[in-house]
Write a protein that binds this ligand. Structure first.
Ligand SMILES: *Cc1c(COP(=O)(O)O)cnc(C)c1O
Length: 401
């Protein structure tokens, strides 16, 4: 019988070691639950970094994928297909943006948003060619391509990988004055996560995002929101931007857009911005393929039909109320919005990894983020009974010596 150790060794021997996984080998998933090679069952509190918000192997999305697999998977954008237009329409109806541009990974969509904003800067704002600046924040996470790591503040993400792409002044996250100071005539956009997921579920001061939007309006600058992780219900609103009634000019989504079945990402904007992209400007062999489009339509329908945004809001609040009562013995800070909760442990404990290992032993898969923070981001199909099972276990683990 092939056990976990066998598969772990295989990965370690033949694969690049660009991750440090928990020692669990998963073979099956259903809803909020995943199962390992030995048949152990776990509650998935990571949800593939929020990509499986709809729960593992959601039957409706699976059926949409199977139906499409029986017909057509890839045409390239050299031809039209009968799914992409429907996907665009669904996205527009659900988000209020007039147009979208489909890609595959989140990083590709971020790159696309950068290109769109720069083109807007040269054609509409009149910035001198190749001088465009896009203001970003420290602690950001926007992906792993060379351009994107050019503006990370995480040392390891970039220090061996230069030379880098210029044009991204960085400011302190949450500090509106810092943005004001960084704006100049060449600023075409400000790109932010409304709250920083990978940086430990970091929530900026209330009113920050709205103030950024106002600055953008006053200075003829585009606001780009990277909602790849926070979007589509994760934080208890459809977009995290909605919490402050902000409407970014360019919205970047991915992850849960396909419910974990297939990489689908998209850039959303209105026609005056996305309409600037003309044939030949940008492309992707797989972007907008009928299989991905069919999957994404179903994944969006599930968010609507199962009221996942509302469930995220209500159960997230329920969990926060419970966790706030846990004695602060080991807890440095507790933050959350919807089912997106970060428990930052006291730094002298030496990191959250040990706690993630113990939670695993007890049937909960959570991953430390940013060394000291336990991230709780279960699928949004979580129900109250399961939350009631999980919360005392988390409490006990947080009180561990
Ligand atoms: C995950 C993530 C990305 C990158 O998405 P990939 O699909 O891994 O390329 C970008 N931005 C944010 C906020 C993310 O959470």
């Amino acid at each position: 019988m092939l056990n976990s150790e066998y598969f772990i060794n295989l990965e370690n021997q033949y694969g690049a070691h660009n991750y440090h996984p928990l020692d669990v080998v998963l073979v099956k998933g259903e809803g909020v639950w995943v199962y390992d090679v030995e048949g152990n069952k776990y509650l998935d509190c990571l949800s593939a970094y929020s990509a499986v918000s709809q729960g593992h192997n959601h039957p409706k999305i699976k059926q949409a994928m199977i139906d499409q697999l029986d017909r057509l998977t890839l045409t390239s954008r050299a031809f039209y297909n009968d799914k992409l237009g429907l996907f665009y329409k669904k996205l527009s109806e659900m988000t209020g943006y007039e147009m979208s541009l489909p890609m595959n990974s989140g990083a590709e969509a971020v790159e696309t948003a950068i290109k769109v904003a720069r083109k807007w800067g040269y054609h509409i704002k009149g910035v001198p060619r190749h001088q465009a600046e896009i203001i970003v924040a420290d602690g950001n996470f926007h992906g792993r391509t060379i351009t994107i790591i050019s503006f990370t503040s995480t040392h390891q993400y970039k220090h061996d990988f230069g030379p880098f792409t210029p044009g991204f002044p960085m400011v302190k996250y949450g500090d509106i004055k810092a943005i004001e100071d960084a704006i100049n005539d060449n600023t075409v956009a400000i790109m932010l996560e409304p709250l920083q997921g990978e940086n430990g579920i970091l929530i900026p001061p209330e009113g920050y995002f709205k103030a950024v939007e106002n600055l953008c309006r006053e200075n003829n600058i585009l606001l780009i929101a990277d909602e790849i992780q926070t979007g589509l219900g994760r934080t208890g609103a459809f977009f995290a931007s909605d919490h402050e009634n902000v409407r970014p000019d360019i919205m970047v989504i991915g992850k849960a857009l396909s419910g974990g079945f297939y990489p689908v990402s998209a850039v959303l904007a209105d026609e005056p911005i996305l309409g600037l992209i003309v044939p030949g400007d940008h492309g992707s062999t797989f972007g907008g393929n009928p299989l991905g489009a069919a999957v994404a339509i179903a994944a969006l329908e599930v968010i609507e039909e199962e009221k996942l945004v509302e469930n995220s809001r209500d159960l997230g609040q329920y969990m926060m109320d419970y966790l706030e009562e846990v004695p602060k013995k080991n807890i440095h800070d507790l933050r959350g919005k919807g089912l997106f909760i970060g428990i930052e442990l006291k730094h002298e404990l030496g990191g959250a990894r040990r706690y993630a290992e113990v939670l695993k032993q007890k049937g909960i898969l959570a991953k430390e983020t940013h060394t000291h923070t336990i991230r709780l981001a279960p699928p949004l199909v979580l129900d109250k009974d399961t939350a009631d099972w999980m919360l005392p276990i988390i409490r006990d683990t947080l009180l561990m010596d």
